[in-house]
Ligand binder design. Structure first.
Ligand code: APR
Length: 254
């Protein structure tokens, strides 16, 4: 089902008029950079592993070498790809709104750091980041670039192990990220969900909370999600193609 031009124009007009925007992104935004999403089949060596099984403290405690190797593989893939036009469009929109003293809060479920590499700032990483690891005993954090992957798993100075600062299934989200998210949602007049299946809480309910606070809602996603039925504008397509088209309607160049 192709996107009608009037839908793109409608989304662009809503974005142009909005004074305080929240954008929530998921793995779909990074798909066009070549990073597999969570609920699409993974290709290659890791296809026999289920991320839902590996991204848990149970899996790490049971086989820290396997889980460390998986995250090292995910990190090297994220390092070796580039932000795509969808990342650049979001960064350009954030800069445009900031230049005219309006706000755009970017909340991401992604841990790959591609939004920041595209120039986005103050990114709220509600599921953490692969670029920082911490000791399992002291919780002392270390940037990934300072770690040596000579051994798997990675021993910490305190005699524990190093793990990524990523929120694993069953773990609590970073308090500061949650507080920033709820504050932005309470104040926004537009909530845009991009490249997320809308299946993992609490992020999955953010768009409905914003709508109940009176915000307009836009969804840009390759496939329909549980939120598609109630948003004001649903653009079904690839974010790296749709976002530049929407921004070109309001003359924001990437
Ligand atoms: N453009 C837009 N959307 C896309 C694209 C694309 N090029 N490619 C895929 N999608 C959509 C898919 O249709 C799907 O709805 O992106 C969504 C990705 O969904 P998931 O794989 O479930 O990823 P995500 O929503 O980010 O998962 C949320 O779940 O696994 C946990 O912690 C993990 O942060 C992750 C969370």
């Amino acid at each position: 089902m192709s996107i009608q031009p009037e839908q793109t124009q409608q989304a662009a007009q809503i974005i142009d008029k909005s004074q305080s925007i929240v954008i929530l992104t998921g793995a779909g935004v990074s798909a066009e950079s070549g990073l597999a999403t969570f609920r699409d089949p993974e290709e290659g060596h890791w296809s026999k592993y289920d991320p839902m099984e590996l991204a848990t403290i149970h899996a790490f405690n049971k086989d820290p070498e396997l889980v460390t190797r998986w995250y090292h593989w995910r990190f090297t893939r994220a390092r070796d790809v580039d932000p795509n036009p969808g990342h650049h469009a979001i960064a350009a929109l954030q800069k445009h709104k900031s230049d005219i003293n309006q706000s755009l809060t970017l909340i991401t479920q992604n841990v790959d750091g591609l939004h920041q590499r595209a120039g986005a700032t103050d990114v709220v990483e509600i599921h953490g980041t692969i670029h920082t690891w911490r000791c399992t005993i002291t919780n002392k954090e270390t940037p990934l670039r300072n770690l040596s992957f000579e051994h798997f798993p990675i021993p910490s100075e305190a005699g524990g192990l190093m793990r990524p600062c990523i929120v694993w299934f069953g773990e609590t989200l970073p308090q500061e990220a949650l507080e920033r998210s709820f504050k932005a949602m309470a104040e926004c007049d537009l909530f845009i969900s991009i490249g997320t299946s809308g299946t993992v809480e609490p992020a999955a309910s953010f768009i409905l909370a914003a709508k109940e606070n009176g915000a307009k809602t836009i969804e840009i996603n390759r496939d329909p999600t549980p939120n598609t039925g109630f948003v004001d504008v649903a653009l079904l397509g690839a974010s790296g193609q749709v976002l530049p088209q929407v921004l070109s309607e309001i003359r924001i160049e990437i």
